[in-house]
Design a protein around this ligand. Structure first.
Ligand SMILES: Nc1ncnc2c1ncn2[C@@H]1O[C@H](COP(=O)(O)OP(=O)(O)OP(=O)(O)O)[C@@H](O)[C@H]1O
Length: 605
């Protein structure tokens, strides 16, 4: 521990690029990719060159930077707190908190009629291209380095525009198609199912690497927000039932409208749209669809997200678009979250048992809903947060957010405990963990060229149940994986890369050198460095080998950090698996390793 701490200090001290980094400012790019994480860059700078202000904490008194947090929440054994304690970004006392700036694009403004005029001109111009059929998906998956401008949904924005034009009786209404869809409806307004909007979100998987050969990523509007039920064959993005009158009221051209909708920037509108919303919800409204608000309990935290249990679901809340740091990090932007939203929905496809499916697995956490929320944390959430803090000592800032703060709330299936805290009983449970992760990654590689890229032990959840096998479908071949009563779920797709068939979603880590500067000898830190070597910093390209690197990390972890009942023969088997893994280029190759053969069955025995 001490030694690791010293190494960490050494790394920090020897970082002579400090001065250069100081000049780096977070970039907002014309984005075709999830934003880089320059915040960690400046974090590195802070760590190396300055001592941060002290922040209040109820128990441990110290707040940690991303790296130490990651080692802490994901690998407490591997850090020496004492060695870096003075370098920590520390929580400021609440009273000294810098007053947060009003989040971008939410400034209340007086009505600006010139702006409205321009807006409606834009509506006119906007409709035609929207009506055009979407370009056909290319057969080839993608060309390396090609940057694809994300076409994002305009579902609710289009409806809004139409509603506005109806309200004003202006001639700049929407496409006739949309008007007709809405007007010709004999029944009360159905949830919107706008084909063009559907097209723009259709995330066709590449022909060569698809969940199914024929099925598109279909946008199926649904009014049912209670998604606790079974998987449905096709459902990705939901739209809320909208009452026309209500919406007309909401969209009346009052100062309200000019101060909200017209001021939302496109990425935020796209995000709302992808979440089937016309405007952000408030927290309790969103939570109350899943549980009695009083029953909300905080269950975990990450650098970006706070996780709360809501009934049988978990709601992960990620603040976005604010101009102040949260937990020492610059807040993520709507465009980044939009990619994570698409990634999450796309991975859900691997659970959809449609007849044409070629690749299926239950390994990635099921996303049940995603909502954009706005407002300060509700007192109920604050209470839950404080209770968790009192018990576990939060590393995050106390959630004091302003009225205008926006968030994305991921509603996820409860996946159980993370691998760090889960107690594995025996070798069978350990090898089932390995086979489920390997097979799940193999399936996702085949379907989407998916790479998780951050599969540390905080991002693998385990849950005991009565299952003995789980079904997987890999390139059309069905296998049943032995679970020995433990089912795993993979979470947190922030660093993940995927080819949806139309877009490459990835996080460019090139400008995040800090991620690669973790302690020498630490398995997690070494894995990031190995990924960097494999990708040669070309993060948009497909390198399934990164999945194998995380599998090797997992085997190492089982050998060195987890204790469970095992024989020396079991350990030998793990060590030779690790050796053989060195030559695999993908999880798909790895899953054919003899280590897994007696855990993969053609049929349920
Ligand atoms: N679906 C879930 N079921 C159970 N627990 C969960 C779930 N999702 C998140 N958690 C808990 O919340 C913690 C934080 O979640 P997550 O890792 O997704 O947040 P994050 O902010 O993206 O983290 P990071 O610091 O890795 O960026 C997890 O380690 C886990 O303990």
């Amino acid at each position: 521990m001490e030694q690791r701490g010293d190494l960490w200090s050494e790394i920090i001290k020897s970082d002579d690029e400090c001065g250069d980094r100081f000049g780096d400012v977070p970039k907002i790019e014309a984005v075709y990719q999830r934003r880089k994480k320059p915040e960690k860059l400046s974090e590195a700078t802070d760590l190396g060159c300055s001592v941060k202000e002290a922040r209040a904490s109820l128990i441990n008194g110290q707040k940690r930077d991303s790296w130490t947090r990651s080692l802490s929440t994901r690998g407490r054994e591997s850090i020496a707190v004492g060695a870096y304690v003075n370098n920590q970004p520390q929580k400021k006392p609440a009273a000294r908190r810098k007053k947060p700036a009003i989040p971008k694009g939410k400034v209340v403004k007086a009505p600006d009629f010139q702006k409205e005029k321009e807006y409606f001109n834009e509506v006119d111009a906007f409709e035609l291209p929207e009506e055009s059929p979407s370009p056909k998906t290319k057969n080839s998956t993608w060309i390396m380095g090609e940057q694809v401008v994300p076409e994002m949904p305009h579902l609710s924005t289009r409806l809004e525009k139409w509603l506005i034009s109806k309200k004003l009786n202006r001639s700049c209404g929407p496409s006739s198609t949309l008007s007709k869809i809405l007007e010709s409806s004999a029944t009360p307004l159905e949830p919107i199912c706008d084909d063009e909007a559907v097209d723009s979100l259709t995330l066709k998987t590449p022909e060569k690497s698809s969940v199914s050969n024929t099925s598109d990523f279909r946008l199926i509007p649904s009014c049912d927000v209670s998604l606790a039920g079974e998987d449905v064959p096709v459902r990705k993005i939901k739209t809320e039932e909208m009452d026309l009158e209500d919406e007309l009221k909401r969209l009346s051209l009052t100062s309200d409208l000019t101060s909200t909708h017209l001021d939302y920037e496109k990425p935020f509108l796209d995000l709302l749209s992808a979440c089937g919303q016309m405007q952000p919800s408030n927290f309790i409204e969103a939570f109350s669809k899943f549980c009695e608000p009083e029953s909300i309990v905080k269950i975990g935290e990450g650098t970006y997200g706070e996780a709360f249990r809501a009934g049988t679901s978990v709601c992960k809340i990620v603040p976005i678009d604010g101009d102040f740091r949260v937990n020492g990090e610059i807040q993520k932007r709507a465009d980044e979250l939009l990619e994570e939203v698409i990634l999450s929905w796309t991975l859900n496809q691997l659970r959809e048992c449609v007849t044409e499916a070629q690749n299926l697995c239950p390994t990635f956490i099921k996303t049940q809903d995603i909502k954009v929320c706005q407002g300060p944390y509700d007192p109920i959430l604050i209470k839950a947060w404080e209770e968790w803090d009192a018990k576990h000592g939060s590393e995050n800032d106390h959630p004091d957010f302003p009225e205008k703060q926006c968030y994305v709330m991921f509603v996820l299936e409860h996946g159980g405990k993370d691998l760090e805290s889960f107690v594995l009983l025996n070798f069978d449970e350990a090898r089932s963990l390995l086979v489920q992760v390997t097979a799940g990654l193999a399936v996702s590689e085949a379907a989407f060229e998916f790479e998780h890229r951050d599969l540390h032990w905080g991002n693998i959840l385990l849950n005991r149940n009565n299952s003995s096998t789980l079904p997987f479908l890999l390139e059309g071949k069905q296998v049943f994986v032995k679970t020995f009563g433990v089912q795993i779920s993979i979470i947190d797709f922030t660093l993940s890369r995927m080819n949806t068939g139309e877009k490459i979603l990835f996080l460019d880590l090139t400008s995040d050198p800090y991620l690669f500067k973790g302690p020498k000898g630490d398995k997690q830190a070494e894995t990031y460095r190995k990924m960097k070597a494999v990708t040669k910093d070309c993060w948009e390209a497909s390198f399934s080998r990164t999945n194998v690197l995380w599998l090797i990390y997992l085997v190492d972890l089982l050998l060195t950090k987890k204790s469970f009942e095992r024989s020396s023969k079991d350990e030998r088997e793990l060590r030779s698996l690790k050796k053989r893994m060195e030559k695999y280029k993908s999880a798909k190759e790895a899953v054919s390793d003899p280590f897994f053969s007696d855990m993969l069955m053609d049929q349920i025995s």
